[in-house]
Every structure is written in structure tokens, then in C-alpha cells.
Write a protein that binds this ligand. Sequence first.
Ligand SMILES: [Zn+2]
Length: 183
Amino acid sequence: MSILKLVTVPSKLLSQKSEPIQDSEFGEELDKFMSDMAETMYAFEGVGLAGVQVGKLKTILVADLGYATGLPYGQGSVKMVNPRIVESSSNMISIPEGCLSYPGLETSVDRADKIKVEYFTPLGERREEEFTNLAAIVLQHEMDHFVGTTLLSRSSSFKRQRYEARLKKEMQRYLKANGYEIR
Ligand SMILES: [Zn+2]
């Protein structure tokens, strides 16, 4: 297993659409890649990671949903290929969400509190499962990545401007500290 390189702001990749995994792409190799994704997610202490966040524009995600099943963090990872919400509650909840691709950004987004998801395992087995609360939020967040919707694009324009200004400032501080001349 290996830790993959994270795609972060300001990469244009994050606003692009992902393609579904084709029948011929299921198998051991995909399974191994998604194990690397899970290892990467844990290395950065995240609860979910979509393909685009490691530079793969495919509708694949890993998530740790252990809190929903009573497993400790680190032991409840799931791999979902081509997941699709087939049923969605009209009850909405929201909590401040973070994203490994947007360090330091927190935004609350209205999400359905219960969803039924159809997905495939990397080896091609079809599954259908219901998820509630935090697990439902995490999965909706990751599936947002498939269509190029990000936490930043879900933020108010005020928050977005403030975040971008802060990034610029931190970048300048970094360049200065590393001996670059800023003009
Ligand atoms: Zn994210």
C-alpha cells in the first residue's frame, strides 16, 4: 500500500466531472488503488476521499463510516464504485464540513439525513445500503466531488473571498520563509 498525492486548492481538477468505472476496469487493480486511497485518507485523518482528490477523475470513493456501525475510526472503511443515491429523505441536516482538498475551510451544507445508495465493490459486486446522519453527510459530500461541486463552491461568496485571501497570504508567507523574492 502507498500514500497517494492529494489534489488540493487551487487545482482546476477539483471542479471537473468524473467518469464512471467501466465493466473492464473492475478487479484487483482497482481494489488495490482504492486501498491506497483509504490509506491516504487515514494518513490525513479524513473521513472520506473521492477519486478526483488523488487525481483520478472516476466515480470512486472511500469513506470511514465506522461511527455508524460502532467500529473505531480506522476500522470502518468502505470502498464504493459508481455510487448512486436511489432514495433520499426530505429531512435536511447540516454540520460544519471539512475537506482534505481545502485545508482550513469549514462550511455547513444542507444534506438529506437519510439516503439509500446503490454502489459496486471494486470487484464488481452490486450493493444497496441505507445511510443516516453523519454517514449520509459524508457520502453526499464525496459524491459532490463527482460533479465538480466543492465545499468552496458551496460556501457563501463572502466566505469564499475570505478563504482565498487567507490562502494567498499563507502562500506569500511560505515563499518568503523559503527565500523566494516576491514582487
Ligand atoms: Zn471533500
